[in-house]
Each structure stands twice: as structure tokens, then as C-alpha cells.
Design a binder for this molecule. Structure first.
Ligand code: PMP
Length: 387
């Protein structure tokens, strides 16, 4: 069988740098030792720059969805009104979680592929003055949309509601300033911009959000954020209430070291460049973008060409080229494919993916101007190198 290297160009899980992979092979440290707690202290401190916050960052042993549930549980009570910005699978997930937990959900529906208009959120807040929480998504992974979070945060900051943002696939990729933009609650996942395996959810809350979290009366146990906060701050070195995912914390230390060495500004610029080159590449092949007006810097969603299902493109790229991109989700399941370019991703990854995509589309019978996708991306990189 021919050797085919495996490469991930999906919007999470993403590739993990070799030094981060190796960090998982270290012996397990007991979590109640000064040795582990010193490492945890370093992680808690270094994570703040990724969120662009001065607030403590909590690390939960959970996938991203667990972090989302924790956020809803800690920032609203059953029966309270929660406004959900729903413009894709992950906006819908906020609604599903909130409904499952007995919150009263008011939806701000956004066409899939479009970004939310902050005026819609202002309208929903005006119509629902009792709302305690607005939930949005930084990078809607299912549509490749980057929502205008800064503008929405401005609107929500004028109300008594907290603004919670799912930054699971956006943090460490898209520009995001939690404190400066006045975002009240942020959840991130380890398997995206943080260049880690799945399994950790990171959460930070503003003072406004902590006040709400501290006032919650309804049941919560594992996802009790004030309990986690107490463990984090009660003594000189931070601690967790229960056994943390020790190996993932070791890996997080390594990934945060890489992130700090590159710098947040450089990371945002790299992602913007990769996204721009990917968009230029697929458009030069005659393909259309799903979200041209609100393009994400982490993932590019592309309408599959007429007569070809996105899933067929995904399968061929994966099976014959070893490159994992992904198809659509929900109602876009077969009509689009999505190329992730976040985390441990660079220019060569984009060129390689476009080159293989040209071959795959040609074999699927699509008339693509071969070489033009790669050329357009090269042009983006050449222009950027001049600056
Ligand atoms: N929100 C967004 C924006 C995501 O991209 C994902 C994962 N694709 C999730 C939430 C859910 O995260 P997890 O699968 O780790 O629960």
C-alpha cells in the first residue's frame, strides 16, 4: 500500500506540534504537589494573554461543550431568559444547552453564512429586558463566519445581561480582546488554536459575570465555577477542586510557551494571512465562498461545485492524499466543504491543500483551471512578504 502521510486541515481537532505531543509522555505528577501546582500556576498565568484578560482563567477537564454548559449553568438560573445568537450549528448548540437546562431561550436568528447584526441583539435586549445572558460565537465553525463580537459586546455592555462567547474555535486564531471589548464570559477548547489534543475547556469571567456566578442558587456541582475559583486563589499556588487532566496541563504549558514565543499579534496576523490565501485560492478555482462578507480567519467554508457533494471532496482528499478537511454540518452537510487553517498551520499547509484540491476536483470531473488556486495563494504570500 502506498505511503500516505496524515495531515489535518480541519477546524479542530488540529495538528499538535511535536514538542506538545512529547509533553504528554512525561511522568504523571500528583496534582496536590508543589511541583504540579507550580506548572499549573505557569499555565494559568500564561493563558491570560490568549484571552487578553487580567481575570483568572479556569481550566476544566472537559470538551468545549462541557465548558459551554458550565457557562450557562453559572450565568443563569432555570426559567431566566437567555438570548442566543443562532447562525450555525454552534449557535444552535447554545440554544440546545440552554433549553435542556430549563432556561427561556430567545433566538436571534442569523442566516447561515452571515454574521450577526449588533442591532438585532439590541432589539432582542430591548424586547426582553429581563434577559440575564446573551450567548454568541466568535468563530462559527460550521459556516466559516467570524461574528462581530466587539460590536455586539458594546451593545450588551449597556444592559444588565452578561455576554458569553463561545471562542472554542476562535481563540488563539482570531483577534479577540476579552477585557478591552468587555466580553463577560469566554470559553475556549484545547483542540483548536491552542494546538492541543481535545479534552480541556478554558473559561474566563469578567467581574460582572463573577457577580452573577456567585449569586446562582440552582444546582451545580462539577461545573461550579466559584468552587474552581476558590481553589485557584485560596493559597499561594493555584489548585483545582478535583483531579485535573494532568497530562493535558503539561501539554498546555508547552503550547502556551509556543504561543508566547510567537506573540498574539503575530498569531492573529498569521491566521489572517492563511485565511486570505485560502480564500484567494479557492476563488481562483472558480469556487464560491459561503461567507464572503464575514470570513473567518480559522476556517474557510466553500460551496461544493455543482454536481459534486462536499463529502466526496473530503473523502478523496483524506483517503488519497491523507489530508483531512471536513464537510458541512447540519443543513449544509453535503453542500459545502471546509478547510481549517488554524493552530499549528502555516503557508506550506495552505499551498499543499490547494494543490491536492485541484487534483481531486479534476478527478471528480470539475473543470478547474489547474495551478490557478496555488498561484493565487502564492500571490497573497508574495504580497505579504513585501510588507
Ligand atoms: N463551539 C465551536 C465553535 C466549535 O467549533 C466546537 C467544536 N467543533 C464546539 C463548540 C464543541 O466543542 P467540543 O466538540 O470539544 O465539545
Amino acid at each position: 500500500m502506498a505511503l500516505i502521510k496524515k495531515r489535518i486541515m480541519a477546524p479542530g481537532p488540529t495538528e499538535v506540534p511535536p514538542t506538545v505531543l512529547a509533553a504528554a509522555g512525561q511522568p504523571i505528577l500528583h496534582h496536590r504537589t508543589p511541583q504540579f501546582r507550580a506548572i499549573f500556576a505557569e499555565v494559568c498565568d500564561k493563558a491570560k494573554a490568549v484571552f487578553q484578560t487580567q481575570q483568572p482563567v479556569l481550566t476544566l477537564s472537559a470538551g468545549g461543550t462541557g465548558g459551554m454548559e458550565a457557562l450557562v449553568t453559572n450565568l443563569s438560573e432555570p426559567g431566566e431568559t437567555v438570548i442566543v445568537i443562532a447562525g450555525g450549528v454552534f449557535g444552535e448548540r447554545w440554544a440546545k444547552i440552554s433549553e435542556a437546562l430549563g432556561r427561556t431561550v430567545v433566538r436571534v436568528d442569523v442566516e447561515w453564512g452571515k454574521g450577526v447584526d449588533p442591532a438585532q441583539v439590541a432589539g432582542a435586549l430591548k424586547a426582553n429586558p429581563a434577559a440575564v445572558l446573551v450567548l454568541g460565537t466568535l468563530n462559527e465553525t460550521s459556516t466559516g463566519v467570524e461574528h462581530p463580537i466587539e460590536a455586539v459586546a458594546k451593545v450588551v455592555a449597556e444592559s444588565k445581561a452578561c455576554f458569553g462567547v463561545d471562542a472554542i474555535s476562535g481563540l488563539g486564531a482570531c483577534k479577540f480582546l476579552m477585557d478591552a471589548w468587555k466580553v463577560d464570559a469566554v470559553v475556549a477548547g484545547s483542540q483548536k488554536g491552542l494546538m492541543m489534543p481535545p479534552g480541556l475547556a478554558l473559561i474566563a469571567l469578567s467581574e460582572k459575570a463573577w457577580a452573577k456566578a456567585n449569586s446562582i442558587k440552582s444546582g451545580r456541582f462539577y461545573w461550579n465555577l466559584p468552587t474552581a475559583f476558590k481553589s485557584l486563589t485560596a493559597e499561594k499556588l493555584p489548585d483545582t477542586p478535583y483531579t485535573p487532566n494532568v497530562s493535558l496541563i503539561m501539554q498546555l504549558r508547552e503550547s502556551l510557551n509556543l504561543i508566547h514565543a510567537e506573540g498574539m499579534e503575530a498569531i492573529w496576523q498569521r491566521h489572517q494571512l492563511l485565511a486570505k490565501a485560502t480564500r484567494a485560492g479557492v476563488q481562483a478555482l472558480g469556487l464560491r465562498l459561503l461567507a464572503p462578507e464575514f470570513p473567518s480567519c480559522a476556517v474557510t467554508a466553500v460551496w461544493s461545485p455543482e454536481g459534486v457533494e462536499g463529502t466526496a471532496v473530503v473523502k478523496k482528499l483524506r483517503d488519497e492524499w491523507g489530508i483531512s478537511i471536513v464537510g458541512g454540518q447540519g443543513k449544509l452537510k453535503t453542500s459545502i466543504f471546509r478547510i481549517g487553517h488554524l493552530g499549528y498551520a502555516d503557508r506550506a499547509d495552505v499551498l499543499m491543500t490547494l494543490a491536492a484540491l485541484e487534483v481531486v476536483l479534476t478527478e471528480l470531473g470539475v473543470k478547474v483551471p489547474r495551478g490557478e488556486g496555488v498561484k493565487a495563494a502564492q500571490t497573497v504570500f508574495l504580497e505579504a512578504a513585501k510588507k
